[in-house]
Design a protein around this ligand. Structure first.
Ligand code: FAD
Length: 466
């Protein structure tokens, strides 16, 4: 079939679905004859992106920014007229919480891997034996063959030893996935580390070489690695929505199943209606996707995939209520510690636009892979646990002016060992048996907002190629 009169359905109005819709809108504007409909279960677009505005505060309840070097988000921002609204984070020291004390992350640590020797020698995060063990990276053999998938934990423990993993790498990296380093797949999350080991025989050498290739910053003050929007990520969602044909967007449209009928797919809705489409881009979370396609045998892995539950806790204070002896932007917490919080951003310092003059905003995380019971507790109990932890580090007088607890149940897909192979098998099965279906989004090939955009756009490119 040519693209002539092709009808495309997009299921899910998170950033993946929105990026797909925007690309289809551009194709229509170029005169390509293609129609699309986006179906979103809730009454709003954005999915995990949720910004709330409270008395001058800009509070991100889900994601708060994206990695600037992944350019698809900035490109989409430009396309929808939001380029001028982009802001980089204020840089500053970040810390690791270990034994009730904040330790500065040693300078030169890139995702926890040392690239400068001096700061590692002087940090109090590791014992002398731990430091010596990390230096073993220069001499020890390769962890695995290039084809083999192993866990991040296995890989880093072999190269740098337990102390560096437990007190630096684990808190930094698992923050991204809220995952268990001993289960997360090296191939699916950070394949570049495996390549570095193969090329340089040492992670430290590989990381140093890759840093040396990057252009040196010319700005006097280093720019932050992250970007967001002056009025929050939701303003970006709104700008994309404004560029879409309103007749193609259907909110409160709950899809319950997808069934192949000859060369088309029938979408069944919860209200009893059904519609036929030629191509379907499915951007729902993996377990939902598995349910929608439950009449097929290929999606067992999506149903079984581990998905972590977390909560974000935003606390707004009068500035004078918070006396923070540490200069910087926040900290992550070692899994070995006894604290409930897993990370905290001093949001008023990292993102100054988020907080009105004279106030402070602290955003913490609770819950992690295999340990998310706290998320089931009441808002008040969660806030109390967070405040208890924060008070051990900072001087906090009095109650917050307001708090927002946002529970993210089964929201963080875990790319555990074997993820890439299992996904490749699903792709192959779909291509062979269900052509015209396109599975994408955070559960598949990258959880970051730009990764999701890449996937939504790539699905449309495949459709346009016919
Ligand atoms: P979603 O946003 O989940 O969208 C899927 C949509 O499908 C939803 O709107 C849902 O309502 C809809 N849907 C579900 N079922 C149906 C159905 N049956 N019919 C129709 N529609 C349906 N990434 C970053 O880059 N930076 C960050 O700072 C960051 N922080 C994060 C913090 C938290 C707390 C979380 C949870 C994630 C964070 N992420 C971050 C990851 C990122 O936010 C997500 O990976 C991304 O937003 C997922 O987008 P998506 O479109 O794939 O899925």
């Amino acid at each position: 079939m040519t693209n002539q009169n092709k009808r495309v359905a997009i299921i899910g109005g998170g950033i993946t679905g929105l990026a797909a819709a925007h690309k289809l809108e551009l194709a229509k504007a170029e005169g390509i004859s293609i129609e699309y409909d986006l179906f979103e279960k809730s009454d709003r677009l954005g999915g995990k992106i949720q910004t709330e505005y409270v008395n001058g505060f800009v509070i991100e309840r889900g994601p708060d920014s994206y990695l600037a070097r992944k350019q698809s988000m900035s490109r989409l921002a430009k396309a929808v007229g939001m380029e001028e609204e982009l802001l980089a984070n204020d840089t500053g020291q970040a810390y690791i919480l270990k034994d009730d004390r904040l330790h500065p992350i040693p300078a030169g640590a890139v995702m926890g891997v040392p690239t400068e020797i001096q700061p590692f020698l002087t940090t109090k995060l590791f014992s002398p034996i731990g430091k010596l063990r990390a230096a073993g990276d220069f001499f020890i053999s390769r962890t695995s063959s290039r084809d083999e998938d192993i866990s991040l934990g296995h890989f880093f423990r072999h190269r740098l030893g337990d102390e560096v993993v437990d007190h630096l790498i684990e808190p930094l990296l698992s923050g991204i996935y809220a995952g268990d380093l001993n289960k997360l797949s090296l191939k699916a999350t950070f394949p570049q580390f495996q390549q570095m080991e193969a090329k340089h025989g040492s992670l430290i050498k590989g990381m140093k070489a890759s840093r040396a290739q990057q252009p040196k910053p010319i700005a006097e003050k280093p720019k932050g690695m992250f970007l967001t929007f002056r009025n929050g990520l939701q303003s970006f969602v709104q700008a994309i929505e404004n560029h879409l044909d309103a007749d193609s967007i259907h909110k409160e449209a709950d899809i319950t199943s997808i069934q192949k009928e000859d060369d088309q797919y029938r979408l069944q809705f919860a209200n009893g209606e059904s519609l036929l489409f030629d191509e379907v881009i499915i951007t729902t979370p993996p377990h939902v996707t598995a349910r929608l396609l439950s009449s097929y045998s290929y999606f067992h892995y999506l149903k079984e995939m581990e998905v972590t539950t977390v909560a974000t806790v935003a606390l707004g204070f009068k500035k004078e209520a918070v006396h923070n002896p540490y200069e910087g932007t926040g900290f992550v917490v070692s899994r070995k510690s006894k604290h409930t919080i897993t990370a905290c951003t001093w949001t008023h310092k990292k993102w100054r636009h988020s907080t009105p003059e004279g106030h402070a905003l602290l955003r913490s995380y609770v819950g992690r892979a295999g340990d998310s019971a706290i998320v089931e507790r009441s808002d008040e109990e969660i806030v109390e646990a967070v405040l208890h932890d924060l008070k051990q580090i900072m001087d906090i007088n009095g109650d917050p002016e307001f708090y927002r607890v946002t529970r993210w149940k089964k929201a963080m897909p875990q790319y555990n060992v074997g993820h890439t192979y299992k996904m490749a098998k699903i792709k192959e099965d779909v291509m062979r048996n269900l052509p015209g279906l396109h599975l994408c989004g955070a559960g598949f090939e990258g959880v970051g907002l730009p990764d999701c955009i890449d996937q939504g756009e790539a699905a449309v490119s495949r459709i346009l190629k016919g």
